[in-house]
Design a protein around this ligand. Structure first.
Ligand code: PRP
Ligand code: URA
Length: 207
């Protein structure tokens, strides 16, 4: 699929296997999400456009290339929160816009309960952060919210996707690239990704 970037990096795949493991405890699980987020964002930020600026080292002057683009991270609560720390370690000047969505158990529809995104967003690029892309409802809703605020360049960064979620997001927002560590078999009868890793929020926060 044209807009899907699946990481085949051995480190990503190794850490993903540990994340899937039912015996991985919340502390280690959070550490692994942090580490995989670093690696995925490294790939997802490849097309940022640094500009040339003079820089003086202790040994002389040269031109450096620095990022001046306004960047935002938009975590989908709750599970996306764990991806914010590593994202800010990588790009500390980025804005963070929180998007609170949960899936209604029966219908699997995303319910918006909290949004803190500027009415007129100035960021040139926004990265939606959420480990799981299942039915795609939450991701589509998050992109809708960001587009209503005026963000034009939006990317989705997550850990595991179901094919149906990728299809739904790609149809609703064909301009949004999807950076993901794995595309799994599908969803089970209650909307969980199989084999997946279970409920990401519960495994992160021990609920
Ligand atoms: C999970 C996950 C995504 C959503 C994906 O959140 O973190 O946001 O489900 O499912 P979808 O693609 O079918 O919309 P959940 O609703 O469980 O909320 P939580 O993170 O607060 O537990
Ligand atoms: N949300 C999760 O946390 N896990 C899934 O498998 C699907 C949605």
């Amino acid at each position: 699929m044209a807009n899907v970037f699946q990481s085949n990096h051995p480190l990503v795949q190794h850490k993903l296997a540990l994340l899937r493991d039912v015996n991985t405890e919340p502390k280690r699980f959070r550490e692994l999400v942090r580490e995989v987020t670093w690696l995925l964002l490294y790939e997802a930020t490849e097309d940022l456009t640094p500009v040339e600026r003079p820089v003086t080292s202790p040994m002389g002057s040269t031109m450096g290339r620095v990022l001046v683009e306004e960047i935002a991270f938009a975590p989908i609560l709750r599970a996306g929160l764990t991806m914010v720390g590593p994202a800010l370690e990588m790009i500390p000047m980025a804005h963070v816009w929180h998007i609170g969505l949960y899936r209604e158990e029966e219908t699997l529809r995303p319910i918006e309960y909290y949004t803190n995104v500027p009415k007129k967003a100035t960021a040139e690029v926004a990265f939606i952060l959420d480990p799981m892309l299942a039915t795609g409802g939450s991701a589509v809703a998050a992109v809708d919210i960001l587009k209503r605020s005026g963000v034009r360049n939006i990317k989705f960064v997550g850990l595991i996707a179901a094919p149906v979620g990728i299809e739904r997001l790609s149809i609703a927002h064909p301009d949004v690239p999807i950076h993901i560590a794995a595309v799994d078999e599908g969803l089970n009868e209650i909307g969980y990704i199989v084999p997946g890793l279970g409920d990401a929020g519960d495994r992160l926060f021990g609920t």
